[in-house]
Design a protein around this ligand. Structure first.
Ligand code: IFM
Length: 452
């Protein structure tokens, strides 16, 4: 199918964009009054991040933002998704405002408007102010109040130029990877902590929606979820039931409270005492949303875990038997997983608002060739196949209003440091030179076929 034919499958007002996040690209970790975040602490601990990499400098976007926004505009997209760094604005999480930190996002937003780019802002993409860890971080209900205060301040000062506002990026990673698996900050390894954090994050989402709307009721509010596209390992009843439990534990634990105001029955039977729910919480969490974001990379294949000692949801992730293809980070390639999850979500949750694909992309560590180009054909193929599934999903009647490639440029890939590259723009971390990859040129051509 030609690029024009693919572009023609999307409505004229479909939004094409590229995405990034503060800690992964900004650098300038100790500049202009920014306070430390849990990721500064974590990345500086020996053995936590591949190669000892940190976000101290990253892509130096804090100093190169104008050049980077020119790059975004040159890709013909209509929107830029970015996150605001809480510790730049409140170095201690609460208390004194850091005007200089706010100033950076003020300039960034002016820069986006000057280039006719929509601003898709996310309030939290994992950089919790370190000071809040002293009282328990996301396991402490006070953090939800602090987040609401930060949200109110951001909305008051920057809201006039924000086109959509997301509370959280990928709560699953914050709770499970940060508090149970432990390979993300703060590096905790406790299921109790993960469940406590889950409920506080849900509560913080609701409180932040209320705080933002109290300042401005005109900003479309949403949340960005990396809901898992779950396939049972077999057609057996045990694996089918396991897939459902897995959905409750990994997806519905956020979508249920946020979209319909309740946790699932099986989850409550097993984990209610760990969630620490207080009277009135569910009503606070369940705020109307104008949109939600779906980040999709790969599916998961789930099997019943027959070990009698294993806790709910008693499931294990196994290798898929149907696909051999994986990206350089080891993630299975299965474009239909994107529509699989969306179909399931819209079947399951009545009144689910329209969505954006807020992240989709592939890790391929392909460098610059002798001619100075980056021929990342596998990433191009991945993007084309997934974008084509987005078109199928829209054809099937699911409201998908936009697509953001992850990522604008190679960046600090959390525990993998700089070793894993997701950018459609290559970054030379020694010189900070940016080079648009073949996939980036392709996306620019696709987006260029649409009206901006
Ligand atoms: O880099 C991350 C991003 O911060 C959140 N979603 C997944 C991406 C790739 O791992």
């Amino acid at each position: 199918m030609s690029i024009q034919d693919l572009a023609d499958r999307f409505p004229q007002d479909f939004i094409w964009g590229v995405a990034g996040a503060a800690y992964q690209i900004e650098g300038a970790a100790r500049e202009d009054g920014r306070g430390p975040s849990i990721w500064d602490a974590f990345s500086h601990m020996p053995g936590r991040v591949h190669g000892g990499d940190t976000g101290d400098i990253a892509c130096d976007h804090y100093h190169r933002w104008e050049e980077d926004l020119d790059l975004v505009a040159s890709l013909n997209v209509g929107a830029y998704r970015f996150s605001i760094s809480w510790p730049r604005i409140f170095p201690n999480g609460v208390g004194a405002l850091n005007e200089a930190g706010l100033g950076f996002y003020d300039r960034l937003l002016d820069g986006l408007k000057a280039r006719n780019l929509k601003a898709f802002a996310t309030l939290y993409h994992w950089d919790l102010p370190l000071a809040l860890m002293a009282r328990g971080g996301w396991t402490d209900r006070g953090t939800a109040d602090a987040f609401a205060d930060y949200t109110g301040l951001v909305t008051r000062h920057l809201g006039d130029r924000i086109d959509t506002l997301a509370t959280f990026n990928e709560p699953w990673c914050i709770s499970y990877k940060g508090h149970f698996i432990g390979d993300h900050a703060p590096g905790e390894r406790s299921l109790d902590a993960a469940l406590a954090a889950t409920h506080v994050i849900n509560l913080a989402h609701g409180k932040a929606c209320l705080a933002a709307r109290a300042e401005r009721s005109d900003i479309p509010m949403g949340v960005v979820l990396n809901a898992q596209a779950i396939y049972p390992a077999s057609a057996s009843d045990a694996d089918q039931a396991a897939a459902e439990r897995h959905f409750q534990f990994h997806n519905d634990i956020y979508m249920g409270p946020m979209m319909v105001g309740r946790y699932g029955d099986q989850l409550m039977e097993s984990c209610a005492d760990k969630l620490n729910i207080e009277d009135g919480d569910m009503a606070v969490i369940h705020q109307p949303l104008e949109w939600w974001g779906f980040n999709y990379y790969c599916p998961v294949t789930i099997q019943h875990d027959a070990d009698p000692n294993v806790a709910f949801p008693a499931t294990k992730e196994v290798l898929s038997t149907t696909s051999g293809a994986r990206t350089d980070i080891g993630w299975e390639i299965k474009a239909e997983g994107l529509s699989h999850l969306l179909t399931m979500a819209y079947d399951r949750y009545a009144n689910l608002p329209p969505c954006y694909i807020t992240e989709n992309g592939a890790c391929y560590n392909i460098g610059i060739d002798e001619g100075g180009a980056v021929n990342d054909q596998p990433r191009l193929d991945y993007l084309r196949d997934h974008i084509s599934v987005v078109a199928d999903t829209i054809d099937a009647g699911i409201p998908v209003n936009g697509y953001f490639a992850w990522s604008l440029m190679d960046n600090f890939e959390w525990a993998e440091g700089f070793s894993m590259r997701f950018g459609i723009v290559h970054v030379n971390y020694e010189t900070q030179e940016r080079t648009i990859k073949k996939s980036g040129q392709w996306l620019a051509e696709l987006a260029g076929h649409m009206h901006r």
